[in-house]
Structure formats: structure tokens, C-alpha cells
Design a binder for this molecule. Sequence first.
Ligand code: PEP
Length: 241
Amino acid sequence: MYFVANWKMFGNLKSLNTLNKVIKFSKSKEIKKGRLIYCPPYTLISSFLKKFENCLIDLGAQNCHESDVYGSHTGFINSRMLKNVGANYVIIGHSENRRKGETDKLINIKIKNAIKAKLKIIFCIGETISEKNKGKTKLILSKQIKLGLKKIKIKSNIFIAYEPVWSIGTGKIPKIRELDQIIKFIKGKFKDKLPKILYGGSVNTQNINDLKQISNLDGFLIGGASQNAKKFIDIVKKTYS
Ligand code: PEP
């Protein structure tokens, strides 16, 4: 199981101390088969990397520019630059960025170039509350998958993170039965090699006991709770208990 920590726009150099507990945990037997991946803000990637030098915790970024070459794009960072600094993963298509105008087409370009840069991609999809209420969840997910992964044949480096927009940061999660069906639905979109599927949206130390029951799930994308080392560790431990 993969446990991806999305720190969003939080954290500074002092936050590095909070990682000690997680590093210790990652070296213990308690981690079982859990794989930890931290996606801090760009400013902390190098410091996290140094901190994780002697452990198996992996590093990712939270977004990237769509271009695969250097260019005059003030304030942006592309996937090659992320790989160069030591990141192995990148989150693409997060709803917080889709909301700011990131289109499926742009997401598709970002994914293609991230693949070229040899990054693993955490590709976020999910419906809004109004889409859910109109019964459009499957339609939206199908569209996001189709357009986001257009003309991408090899999907072995792609993780799909199903993140219902209405669940992110709200404390609400889908009903387990519904979630189970949606995960099956997403897997059904891929005939041959199935991508790994994560669930994200208000995962916490309580609801993990229910969420871990979903069959066919390969892990979790964790926002708020991942900034607290104890909570993050607890989520991993409970997944295996
Ligand atoms: C996220 O933003 O990817 C996320 C899962 O956030 P949270 O866990 O805080 O809902």
C-alpha cells in the first residue's frame, strides 16, 4: 500500500523536525509493506531529500509546468527540473489546480512530459458535489481519465488518485459501498495493465478503519492529516491492523 502525503502550501524548515518520528517508523517492522511518499512544497524538496537520505521514504512534488524544456515561464518548474532535484513522483490534476483553470488537455500534456522525465504520476480525478448530486460521477471520471490519459499507452508509472472534490478537507467521505463500486469502475476502464488506484479526501485516523476495507485499493493520498506525523503514522498502522 502507498501512503502519499500531500502537504499543499504548508511547511517550512522547522517542519523538518516533525519528520523524525516518521523516519524512525519507516525503519521499524511496524511499517509492514507500507510505502511512504512525501509531496512537500517545492521549497522543501531538497531539504526533505537530505532528511530521508538513509531511509526508504520517497519524494514527490505537487504539480509541474507542462513544458518539457527550459523556458521563460516565471515562477514555474517543469518535470525535468523536479527529477533533477531528486523527486520521483508528481501530483497532476489536483482539484485545487483544476479549479484554477487547469484543463484536461493541459493535464494530459503535463502527464506525458512527466513520463518522459521518468517521474511517477499521481493523477487526480474526482467529481464535485453538484456533479455527484446530478448522478454524473461516472461520466466525469470517464471524461477525466479519457482526456487526461489520451494517447498514453504505457500506464505503468501512473497512479490514479480518486479524490471526490466534496471530500477534500471537509471531513466527509463517500459511503464505503459506493467507493468500492467507483474503484471497481475506474479499474474497469483499463483492460490490460491496471494502474494503481489511491483514494484521497479527508482520510484520517478514524475513517481509515472503514476505508481500508475497500478491495482493490493500492493506497491513500492524504492531505491535512499527513502534516501531523503521529496521525500519518497512525493511519499506516491502522491500515495493517
Ligand atoms: C488532498 O488535497 O489531496 C487531500 C486528500 O486533502 P485532505 O486529506 O485534507 O482532504
